[in-house]
Design a protein around this ligand. Structure first.
Ligand code: ADP
Length: 441
């Protein structure tokens, strides 16, 4: 008998392109919490999407690359998302609206937005980095970070992407060929019909990109129905909170359901943030096994990864173990002055990534990784291309489920925590939460 062809995967509802990795997870997390089943891919994957989801978020690394390259990568992501059947697309950038700013380059949010508009043949899109839950609000087109304007928030001194003008209409106009307009708070306060009328008026005036004011989640939720027919939306992750409702979806535990968690548990921490230091201390105080990774021993040529794996192997069957390079600011400075900042960072990242890989080879199937750069290195070493986004552990950090050759049959549950996120007991509570979270069938 001829085998039946695989059941066709339903077209996805929303295709998202994020300009960096943690931004992608942040967006995916918001979509899941509002009711969408979401898959995140690392770059444009070579393989196919073989799970049924409502949205796919492609994580690029395009925030600080030249506009031409950012455009090329984003268009490639768009073309791939179109093959999945998406009808609406979302370009996600940072909630401080920063991107490469150097020499003649005035940022690449505008060039990428316009390239996506051209490809989708759409006349108007919206732009808002508002994310009230994280203190990012937009009023009269001005971006606030907490209680201060963007250019007083410290972002004016950012080494790669300084933001010296808080007026988003001006900032975006300097990056765009098309006229940039504003849908201000008085319109937003009038609800989605008022926003829709304003969109029609701006379109008639030839405006291509409309900056959207929003000072609260309620603003975002009430204006989103007006965006249902736009092929392209652009924003931080805040704008996402109302989108699932536009597609008839409501918050549900099933949206975040992952396959049942099995296997051994471990934490790899390469972050030296204050929160991570507290989390390491809390784990050690709880009496669980923890091993420090010494950068100077790596520099001396010892096979620190192999030693760490030998230490971990017999302990893994009794519960989670922690392997950490985390140190306080003085200790990190001392190491950096001996080895150089970049070299110390790269060496530690390589070692922790080898440890993560070795742990999975030894049966770890629930892995917490702490540190943004550390996460990037581990995801690469584990050859992860796609992750299904699951339940949130703490704001901005969900459990994910990844398929990887190293954990072929059941896949790997992984949580990627950037530096300052998470409560002090994050490294222990994460496993408990996973054990009690909904499981998909
Ligand atoms: P975060 O999200 O907290 O910024 P990252 O992983 O992005 O964490 O960055 C931390 C960097 O510090 C990484 O490059 C890591 O390899 C490096 N690092 C970790 N521990 C040490 C240490 N003890 N000494 C020097 N560098 C370290």
């Amino acid at each position: 008998m001829t085998p039946l062809p695989p059941a066709p995967i339903q077209p996805i509802k929303l295709g998202c392109i994020a300009d960096d990795f943690t931004g992608a997870t942040d967006l995916a997390n918001n979509l899941v919490r509002a009711g969408m089943r979401v898959l995140q891919t690392i770059g444009v994957p070579a393989g196919v999407v073989d799970v049924e989801v409502d949205a796919v978020v492609v994580a690029l690394k395009s925030r600080t690359v030249a506009p031409a390259l950012a455009v090329q990568q984003s268009l490639q992501a768009l073309a791939w998302l179109q093959t999945l059947g998406a009808r609406q697309f979302y370009f996600k950038y940072c909630s401080t609206f920063d991107s490469l700013f150097a020499g003649d380059v005035r940022g690449n949010i505008g060039p990428v937005t316009e390239a996506l508009m051209d490809a989708l043949q759409t006349q108007l899109t919206v732009a808002t980095p508002a994310f009230p839950d994280n203190g990012r609000t937009v009023f009269k087109g001005y971006l606030f970070v907490g209680d201060v304007l963007l250019n007083e928030s410290g972002m004016q001194n950012h080494p790669l992407t300084p933001m010296t003008d808080p007026n988003l209409v001006r900032v975006l106009q300097a990056q765009c060929q098309r006229p940039v307009g504003l849908i201000d708070h008085t319109v937003v306060a009038g609800g989605s019909q008022a926003v829709q009328q304003r969109i029609a008026a701006l379109r008639a005036q030839g405006v291509g990109v409309a900056v959207l004011d929003a000072v609260s989640n309620q603003d975002l939720l009430s204006l989103t129905p007006a965006l249902a027919e736009l092929p392209l939306l652009t924003g931080g992750s805040g704008l996402a909170i109302g989108l699932p409702a536009n597609h008839g979806l409501k918050p549900s535990t099933q949206a975040s359901a992952l396959p049942k968690a099995t296997g051994l548990q471990a934490v790899v921490c390469g972050s030296c943030s204050l929160a991570s230091n507290r989390q390491v201390l809390d784990f050690i105080r709880s009496g669980r096994p923890a091993l420090t990774i010494d950068p100077l021993r790596i520099a001396a040529g010892e096979d620190v990864a192999a030693q760490a794996l030998d230490w971990a192997e017999p302990l893994l069957t009794s519960g989670p173990v922690l392997l950490y390079a985390t140190a306080d600011a003085n200790a990190v400075k001392a190491v950096q002055s001996q080895l150089g900042v970049e070299q110390a960072g790269a060496m530690v990242e390589r070692t922790l990534a080898a440890i993560a890989r070795g742990l999975v080879q030894r049966g770890v199937r629930q892995l917490v990784v702490a540190g943004g750069e550390t996460s990037g290195a581990c995801v690469q070493a584990l050859a992860i291309e796609q992750m299904r986004i699951g339940p949130q552990i703490d704001p901005g950090v969900p459990w994910c489920h990844a398929s990887t050759e190293l954990a072929r049959s059941q896949g790997l549950h992984i949580a990627l925590k950037s530096g300052n996120f998470g409560t002090d007991d994050f490294f222990t509570k994460a496993f408990g939460q996973l054990a009690s979270s909904p499981v998909c069938v």
